[in-house]
Design a protein around this ligand. Structure first.
Ligand code: FAD
Ligand code: NAP
Length: 544
């Protein structure tokens, strides 16, 4: 951090910056660039020591994207993408982090980012029309606009297991992995959690470990990612088409052009056609499996065919039928928890030094100095990897003391579940924007497409407000109520609410069970955003 960045005074009623952005992942980085283009003064606060967000924190072995690299990159600049070469179909965490640092260099972003600084509070001063932002360094800065680029999957969570403090070995969370890496050679390792992070890390940790025990609460659907090096032709073609591809991605449901949806209902297909479709998509790898027919995510009957297909394919890989029984997902429809893409995950359980313990049948009771107790049995381990996920979508926001008009706290307003208009703003919190907030497609999409969609909308909105005579913009309570009801109604037309997923807040004890993302798709959502902006921000109150 440069000296001139430290200890800014906050003078009552005077703005230190036009905008403060919290977070320097993909969202915060692009937001900074957009606002600078408008000529605004901007400060970004970031807890980490560098840019990257997700890819700065999640350095566990095996971490890579599950949206293909050629689509999981910024699409706003032709120049940036032309000078960058992706190597694999799914890029690794170090490669994505290098890309983000390359973008930060190209756009000279770091001069406006204060690292190693956590925002602890944001309090709205109604009289001045300013937000006062407080940090863990004791700074207070005033800003007109406050933009939360805090991430949907950034609040890593270790469950409250009794005895963890007394554990004599080392423990790690995948979402806060040591920068120097971890050597598991000769170690007995317990991995708790078999979501995407567990499924990506277990094969690589097992390559080093003397013994690995996976503690599985929910068996997940996982399909081979089909990772491979990209050919020079693919890279060259993508350079020519990226900007057009990105425009097209914004019209699709998931923001991914490689994900082609079959519009046919399963009952209109013969069993042979259905199985051919599932088969070709499974073997191609990637999320396209979930688009094999139109009602796959809509009814149990339709979903069941895909789930059965997946179980059959998964079972083929596992040699021991008893282990296969434990690893078979059978308590939720396929796709309603995030589908996992793996590289050699199920095969790992064929090795004699790898076990799985079903902690749904016998939950983890406690951690002891030497290991993990489940079903009355102590599993001795030297290291524990918590692949236990995140307080998703709301955790990073509610851990900041955000107080809006009348001192109302965001955390209290959201006690029964997040309430937003379009996932962008919340009534009572003027000039406060969320990037990929709850109520937007966010985690159901290629996040970079959704991030760019939001950043462009917020950028245009702030540009119009600052050039006009408008002091503040704020979602109306009526628009918010209608939007929340609309999101719930759409979710109820799908199978999503029927699983204990982090989309539903079900992974956090005590968190309300509410489906948080908008399930209507990026394309439909984008049309709504454009309509709202064209109608002078319908559903928002603009105050002069
Ligand atoms: P983040 O990258 O999470 O960045 C938020 C930043 O805000 C963090 O650096 C955090 O430190 C900072 N921050 C939070 N609170 C504060 C505070 N109070 N004060 C200061 N700083 C704060 N999505 C996809 O679409 N495709 C993928 O393949 C994919 N793979 C993923 C793999 C993993 C392991 C994980 C965990 C997520 C993945 N995601 C993927 C989702 C991913 O989070 C997004 O794609 C994207 O990186 C989010 O960018 P962001 O800038 O919105 O948030
Ligand atoms: P996750 O999907 O929430 O998985 C957490 C795992 O920990 C689950 O298996 C969960 O079981 C288990 N768990 C949580 N608390 C537990 C407890 N008290 N006892 C036993 N088990 C417990 O988290 P994640 O794997 O980190 O992934 C989160 C999201 O990040 C993904 O869905 C995806 O969007 C993104 N991500 C993507 C990739 C990628 O492939 N690019 C990689 C990693 C993450 P339950 O299922 O029973 O709750």
């Amino acid at each position: 951090m440069s000296d001139e960045m430290e200890n800014l005074p906050a003078q009552p009623g005077i703005a230190d910056f036009d905008a403060i952005i919290v977070g320097a992942g993909f969202a915060g980085m692009y937001m900074l660039h957009r606002l600078r283009e408008l000529g605004l003064s901007v400060r970004v606060y970031e807890t980490g020591e560098g840019v990257g967000g997700t890819w700065y924190w999640n350095r566990y072995p095996g971490a890579r994207c599950d949206v293909e690299s050629l689509e999981y990159q910024y699409g706003f600049s032709d120049e940036i993408q032309r000078d960058w070469t992706w190597r694999e179909r799914y890029a690794t965490q170090p490669e994505i982090l290098r890309y983000q640092n390359y973008v930060a260099d190209r756009l000279d972003l770091r001069r406006d980012i204060q690292f190693e600084t956590r925002v602890s509070a944001a309090i709205y001063d109604e009289r001045a029309g300013l937000w006062t932002v407080e940090t863990d360094r004791g700074e207070r800065t005033n800003t007109r606009f406050c933009i939360m680029a805090t991430g949907c999957l950034s609040a890593a969570r270790v469950p409250d297991f009794i005895g963890l403090d007394d554990f004599e070995g080392q423990w790690y969370h995948t979402g806060d992995w040591p920068h120097e890496g971890v050597d598991f050679t000769q170690k007995r390792v317990g991995v708790i959690g078999t979501g995407s992070s567990g499924i990506q890390s277990i094969p690589l940790v097992a390559e080093q470990a003397a013994h690995l025990t996976a503690f599985q609460r929910t068996a997940n659907f996982t399909l081979p990612a089909g990772n491979r090096p990209l050919t020079s032709d693919e890279v060259a073609r993508s350079r020519e088409t990226l900007l057009d591809d990105r425009k097209r991605a914004r019209t699709t449901p998931g923001g991914i052009i490689a994900f082609e949806y079959n519009e046919t209902l399963v009952d209109d297909m013969t069993p042979e056609e259905r199985d051919r479709e599932l088969d070709s998509r499974w073997h191609k790898g990637g999320f396209a499996f979930l688009g094999a027919y139109a009602d796959l995510m809509a009814t149990h009957e339709a979903n069941h065919h895909a789930a059965e297909y997946a179980r059959t394919e998964m079972r083929k890989v596992i040699e021991n039928p008893e282990i296969a029984d434990i690893l078979m997902p059978d308590d939720h429809p396929v796709g309603v928890k995030r589908l996992c893409l793996d590289t050699g995950y199920l095969e790992t359980f064929n090795a004699s030094h790898v076990d799985v313990v079903d902690v749904r049948a016998s939950p983890i009771e406690r951690i002891t100095p030497r290991g993990i107790v489940s079903g009355g049995k102590e599993y001795e381990v030297d290291c524990i990897v918590f692949a236990t996920g995140f307080d998703a979508m709301t955790g990073a926001l509610t851990s900041i003391d955000i107080a809006g008009r009348g001192g109302v706290k965001l955390k209290e307003k959201w006690a029964a579940g997040p309430r937003t208009y379009l996932g962008l703003g919340s009534a009572g919190f003027p000039n406060l924007f969320f990037i990929t907030g709850p109520g937007s497609p966010s985690v159901l999409s290629n996040m970079i497409v959704s991030i760019e969609q939001h950043v462009d909308w917020i950028g245009e909105c702030i540009g119009r407000l600052t050039s006009g005579n408008v002091r503040s913009i704020e979602a109306t309570a009526e628009a918010e109520d209608l939007w929340v009801a609309h999101v719930n109604e759409l979710a109820d037309m799908t199978l999503f609410p029927q699983a204990n997923s982090w989309y539903m807040g079900a992974n956090i004890p005590g968190k309300p069970h509410v489906f948080m993302p908008y399930p209507g798709g990026v394309g439909v959502y984008g049309e709504k955003l454009a309509e709202v902006a064209a109608a002078d921000y319908a559903g928002f109150a603009l105050n002069a």
